[in-house]
Design a protein. Sequence first.
Length: 194
Amino acid sequence: MEAIEKVKELALAAMPGAQIEIINSTPAAAQPALLVDREHFYGVGKFFKEDPRFQMDFCSCVTGVDYPKLGMIEVVYHLYSVALKHGPIVLKVLAPRELDQCHVPSLTPLWRGCEFQEREAFDLYGVKFDGHPDLRSILMWDEFKDHPMRKDYVPPADDEWQPTPHDEKLDRAREVAGVMPPSAIEEADKAKKK
């Protein structure tokens, strides 16, 4: 596959007016990514899928990253070509954290495998995917109103307690002992020792 600079150049030639920037995914991965503006994101994705030099026919991963200090949510897609046996091309797009503005184009019409992963990002980060065929909760129950992967998320004090051997959950249960009978704490401690 071409060097990332050439990949960017070809995408810009195919999508005049697009804003594409080469950024590092993470320092640990040392993997470059293309940050694309929201208005051209779908078109750039379509280019990578349909262009015979790339044939990115598989999207392996869609995820989100919350940057509260920047006021942005980043949505990340990893694209591969099974046909040409190359990749990934990492595409990123930013959306404001404000829920009424937190939306990006859905790539599900291009890669059906994005459908459930975009729904997960919708549930966990609050990102709305414009053009998604079935954007509804997939992980959280209908009455759940928050987005638990956002860094400023705080679990409610009356978080449902479930007996489990995990120390973190038991410590949380002790924090809300006012709504949980002491006998339940004792039973959980006994179960933990078994």
